[in-house]
Ligand binder design. Structure first.
Ligand SMILES: Nc1ncnc2c1ncn2[C@@H]1O[C@H](COP(=O)(O)OP(=O)(O)OP(=O)(O)O)[C@@H](O)[C@H]1O
Length: 963
């Protein structure tokens, strides 16, 4: 048996020699440094695999430690260990219990007080009654603390009257009149469910006031004499830690008479938790508890009868296997409500789990549902499904929708826009170029032992493959976020992280974009939320914000639960803060951050709902300004694949929740496909933008003149002109230079890379035919077959998922399946050099043009190259009023904003985009909502294009045959 690894090494060396001989610049080779790093890391990973196999325990490679200015970073007890396997907020919550006063922003924050301590409750009620009396006497009250007082102060006399619904539910007038029409419908629907003793799912889009509707309903029930509880009985609301105090505030505002207590050590209750449970149960109060708490106190809670159990952000039980799901499903009351803006996030099994809580049995058993509903719908959802699969999927989706519709109420923001009148939202996906260093490291890792061990047939059997895939994907994501998140793994001591270059923004494509965005937004007067999956990445971003003297607040698992709400309030009210930094999981759920009108989602999550929830923090009721959201994706990398999976999941969810006729444009992704680095094609399209070709946007030159930032636009234009000129000159010289040496440079870099990869995976037969045995079943295996959706869901719901997975699979693994990996251990210190003449010259030139504004030389260099390409390429469309931005490979967006009121936003966004394309390393931008919403339109359009092309060809053929 020939050693495939050795063989591939030889092939790589041969390819290298060959290419060096032809032209050293024609194929971008991986630097020695990158190869060495990849091998060291692969070796470490391999060691872990082996160690786990023998020791049956897994400890991840050393995670990054707090860097520089230690007071600003979180304690080591935090979730750094689970870096790219995001933890749920229960873990964050537990962490936060361990935290001391480490966060710079949490000092001087006032605690929100719940009604856990009876004395506090009595005191609050006394104050409320006094204020109410004052208001009724037409006296002025500085701050109305509740909705009824506010109502009276607005001149309404009927505050104590009620609005009676059919069959007797009495809703206080002061609440009813404040509800939007669709919220009134929501209250009626909840009442109907109540009467038929059924659970239900309130699935309105985020920020539409689900909390308010639930409180309005409970408030009404509390004053209505109905049923065995004589109105509202004791109730439990389970909510993520971050929003638990938001519930308290909302209850105190809308229904001050109810006693609302938090069962958590951050609550006002002291002493035995059993006493609090008993008090609340007997007084028919509301017990607020976190998801971790429901597991912890489940026995005590289950020993009593409860009227309602309500799960806020109820998608937390989407995985039927988690402890949380199992515990909440033990509650016996029929009155179970589930609130979530994202009822279906990854797969149909999640929907089953939600219904299993609030309407057990409605969707049958898990296995039956999966076999007869979930699988056919999913299979028929891929673009490469057969016609019969598609038709079956449609019929079953229609059936499923009709089954769940009575128990689920979901309204989208666009459906209720006439009531809530939300400002505009512009949401784009920016495909950012990797920095040269990132690209080099990425390629190095792809060629390294871990990835090879995944793609080689040696490892095709058994579960270790899944574990390897998981580890490799995490590593690639780190490189996309910042090279140092990856390079740190090879450091033997911490001295190097004190290096001032550590985590520097210029070394990362996406951070370069963040830098540009924040500088422009600060000038334009916008404020931003920045979300990242990773706490360590937040530390790098924090370090960057400090270096730029930007004022910010940071909220992650290290901020205690009781202080989160105050921190949010501080940001919303104090415009001095430019940025609110948060992990997607802590700041992304349930909170109102309407103080910001710009959102950056730094890294995409496997679960589209996580990113959606994050962006909805700013675009919700209460937002006065137009909102722009940028999702950053490293072009051609694993992040682009993750984004594509997001699109597919959106499609699946839309098919069940909105329109069963939805069609998809994406096919299944192969494992091999995940481990590639796709350079943009000569037209500048990345894989995703090629799929959604028909949404191209052009920067509007005319607009720049009208912009409020006219002078800056002028500078930008002048600079772009100058850069263009310079790029032209450099381009001419490079072309001449290259033409003299080789004609290979004309080749599409993506093709070049693919060829090289192909050579690694399928070595040419001529040279050693018997080795060409790489099994297509392995390399073409679908991602789904290796990593089930449940795996991915687990990744999000269990902190120690990776550890467990590794333990599981390695315990089961067959010795024979272990591939012996031969790796190099030498670490050569050859730095990756920029590409000679053009980089240096361009750099100098740009610095000369705009000395005060620091910019990434690498990104500018990249842009210079792009401009060069652009020049060579004939412009396809250039309507007089519009021109393609020079340094941009391609822009996608079709949304045209006609409204005058939105002109400023458009101008601001246009300006931002033109700056990004000119200065930073953005390759392509897609209009996100169009991509996820109109996939079918794209498909039809392409089918039409193809059909037209064929028709023309047919026409030409008959003409030709006649001659
Ligand atoms: N009828 C209303 N009158 C005044 N304010 C309202 C009304 N309905 C909702 N709001 C406000 O809108 C904001 C969003 O409401 P809420 O938090 O209840 O939304 P949600 O649907 O629960 O959001 P999420 O899904 O993100 O948790 C809150 O600040 C709330 O006070």
């Amino acid at each position: 048996m020939v050693d495939i690894n050795k063989y591939l090494e030889t092939q790589l060396a041969l390819a290298k020699q060959k290419s060096e001989f032809n032209n050293s610049r024609s194929i971008p080779l991986i630097s020695q440094k990158s190869k060495s790093v990849a091998e060291i890391i692969s070796k470490k990973e391999e060691k872990q695999f082996k160690k786990n196999k023998s020791a049956k325990s897994y400890s991840k490679p050393r995670a990054i430690q707090p860097i520089e200015k230690p007071d600003t970073f979180e304690s080591k007890d935090s979730d750094d260990e689970s870096e790219y396997i995001p933890s749920c907020d229960e873990d964050e919550e537990i962490n936060s219990q361990l935290m001391s006063s480490s966060t710079r922003t949490k000092n001087n924050l006032k605690k929100i007080i719940d009604d856990g301590a009876k004395t506090l409750y009595d005191k609050r009620i006394k104050v409320w009654r006094e204020k109410l009396a004052t208001a009724l006497e037409n006296k002025i009250i500085d701050v109305p603390t509740s909705a009824d007082i506010q109502y009276i102060l607005e001149g309404n006399k009927d505050f104590d009257k009620v609005y009676e619904l059919q069959n007797g539910l009495c809703v206080p007038n002061y609440i009813w009149k404040q509800l939007f029409k669709y919220q009134k419908t929501g209250v009626k629907w909840l009442w109907e469910l109540h009467q038929v003793q059924s659970g239900g799912l309130l699935g309105d889009e985020m920020g539409l006031g689900k909390t308010v509707q639930i409180i309005a309903f409970l408030a009404a029930l509390s004053i209505t004499d109905f049923g065995s509880w004589g109105g509202l009985g004791p109730s439990i609301i389970v909510a993520p830690a971050t929003v638990i105090y938001q519930w308290v505030t909302h209850f105190h505002f809308w229904c001050p008479s109810l006693r609302v207590s938090v069962l958590h050590n951050s609550g006002s209750h002291n002493g035995d938790h059993n006493k609090l449970i008993r008090d609340i149960n007997e007084s028919h109060g509301i017990l607020l508890i976190t998801y971790a708490g429901i597991v912890k106190y489940s026995n005590d809670l289950l020993s009593r009868k409860w009227h309602y159990i309500i799960l806020d952000e109820g998608h937390k039980i989407r995985n039927p296997e988690t402890q949380i799901s199992k515990h909440v499903k033990k509650f016996k009351t029929p009155h179970k409500l589930l609130i979530t803006g994202s009822p279906m996030q990854n797969s149909l099994q999640e929907l089953w789990s939600l219904f299993d809580f609030m309407r057990p049995g409605l969707l049958g058993t898990y296995n039956t549902f999966m076999e007869y509903f979930a699988n056919p719908i999913t299979q028929g959802g891929y673009a490469n499904a057969t016609e019969i699969q598609e038709a079956t999927a449609l019929e079953i989706a229609i059936t499923l929708k009709s089954i769940i519709t009575p128990y689920m109420l979901r309204r989208t923001k666009s459906e209720v826009q006439e009531y809530i009148k939300l400002p505009e939202k512009n949401e784009q996906v920016l495909f950012c170029a990797l920095s040269q260093e990132q690209r080099d490291l990425y390629m190095g890792y792809l060629m390294g032992s871990t990835v090879r061990s995944i793609l080689d047939k040696e490892c095709r059997y058994g579960d270790p493959l899944r574990a390897r895939v998981l580890v490799a994907l995490s590593t690639l994501r780190k490189i996309c976020n910042h090279p140092d998140l990856y390079l740190y793994e090879i450091q033997e001591d911490d001295a190097q992280i004190l290096d001032e270059n550590f985590g520097h923004w210029k070394r990362c494509g996406k951070m370069t974009v963040v830098n540009s965005l924040l500088k422009i937004w600060q000038k334009q007067g916008h404020r931003a939320l920045i979300f990242s999956q990773s706490r360590v990445m937040l530390c790098l971003l924090e370090q960057y914000l400090q270096s730029q003297d930007f004022k910010y607040l940071k909220m992650d698992g290290g901020v205690t639960i009781s202080q989160r709400q105050n921190m949010i309030k501080t940001f919303n009210e104090n415009t001095e803060y430019l940025v609110f930094l948060s992990t997607t999981r802590v700041g992304g759920l349930g909170v109102n951050l309407t103080g910001a009108d710009r959102v950056i989602i730094y890294d995409p999550d496997w679960n589209p709902a996580t990113d959606n929830q994050a962006k909805e923090r700013a675009w919700r009721i209460g937002q006065q300004r137009n909102v722009t959201v940028y999702r950053l994706v490293s072009a051609g990398t694993i992040e682009e694949k993750i984004y594509q999976r997001q699109i597919f999941k959106h499609f699946l969810s839309n098919k069940i929740l909105i329109d069963p006729n939805q069609k998809n444009v994406l096919t299944t992704s192969t494992l091999q496909g995940l481990f590639t680095l796709d350079e943009p094609n000569p037209e500048g399209d990345t894989e995703t933008s090629s799929l959604f070709k028909n949404s191209k946007v052009y920067a509007n030159k005319g607009k720049e003149k009208n912009s409020s930032t006219e002078s800056k636009s002028a500078i930008s234009k002048r600079k772009m002109e100058a850069m263009k000129k310079m790029a032209k000159e450099i381009s001419r010289r490079i072309t001449k230079n290259i033409e003299e040496k080789s004609c290979l440079i004309q080749e599409d870099p993506r093709e070049r890379y693919k060829k090289k990869r192909e050579m690694l995976i399928n070595p040419p037969k001529i040279e050693e035919p018997e080795i060409n045995k790489v099994d297509d079943k392995v390399t073409n295996a679908t991602f789904e077959s290796i990593m089930s959706e449940l795996d991915i869901v687990n990744m999000h719901t269990k902190e120690d998922y990776e550890k467990k997975l590794l333990e599981d699979v390695l315990n089961k693994a067959n010795d024979n399946n272990e591939a012996e990996l031969t790796t190099e251990s030498s670490f050569a210190n050859t730095d990756n050099k920029n590409v000679g003449i053009k980089h240096d010259e361009m750099n100098e030139f740009v610095n000369h043009l705009d000395p005060p504004e620091p910019s990434s030389s690498k990104s500018v260099n990249d842009n210079a190259l792009l401009e060069k390409k652009d020049e060579k390429r004939p412009k396809k469309r250039s309507p007089s009023s519009e021109a393609e931005i020079e340094s941009l490979i391609a822009i996608k967006k079709v949304k045209r904003n006609k409204s005058r009121t939105n002109k400023k936003q458009k101008d601001d966004d246009d300006y931002v985009l033109s700056k990004l394309f000119a200065k930073a390393s953005v390759k392509t931008a897609l209009q996100h909502d169009i991509v996820v919403g109109l996939a079918e339109k794209e498909k039809r359009h392409r089918m039409k294009e193809e059909a037209t092309r064929k028709a023309k060809k047919a026409l030409r053929a008959i003409k030709f045959s006649w001659k």
